[in-house]
Design a protein around this ligand. Sequence first.
Ligand SMILES: O=C(O)COP(=O)(O)O
Ligand SMILES: [Mg+2]
Length: 224
Amino acid sequence: MPFALQAPLRAAILDLDGTLVDTLGDFHAALNHMLAELRLPAISAEAVAGFIGKGTGHLIRSTLAHVGGPPELFQPALDRYFDAYRSVNGRYAKVYPGVEEGLAALQRAGLRLACLTNKPGEFARGLLQAKGLAPAFELVFGGDAFERKKPDPLPLRKTCEALGSAPGATLMVGDSANDAAAARAAGCPVVLVTYGYNHGEPVRKVDADGFVASLAQLAPLLRG
Ligand SMILES: O=C(O)COP(=O)(O)O
Ligand SMILES: [Mg+2]
């Protein structure tokens, strides 16, 4: 569906998991490693996909509940998960088609770029580095950078401030209702990709300014 972005843009904020990189394989491997160490049953990749995007605490709590593990195991599970994720980060992850092209188009349009994810900052920076995407971003903020995570608007407001760009002139590009809700509340225009993880729900039902099947489709929206 064609759509137009109203305001002249000065900056763009991009989500990471499900938007820039398909990280389901990394999450799946790290969680199953954690579950095996806790002697709990394994989880399917499909179930994991529904839990991505709301940060690590939500991912671990949802995974434990899904396999019938007691909530008291949260802290030991979290510790094992961090060790496991640190050692797989990027190994089973793939940059989505059109990402390099889309980022280059945003840069050519003179926009300052930040990556804002609910993933812990350490993992986000390592992943962007491993996939060759780090040089595109002036700033990278993880889920541990601010007091609250998306869908709260605080991380977007803070990122706009750090970029020196008003929210109305800062495009949020994400894959989930979380990104869209945060953008709406912060006053940023928001475009969602149709290929990511939207908590297991159809992404087109989310209130957003537009949808793209590839970041390469952002290029024509930036002209003029
Ligand atoms: O939930 C996470 O860890 C990451 O999610 P995000 O990159 O889509 O914000
Ligand atoms: Mg995401």
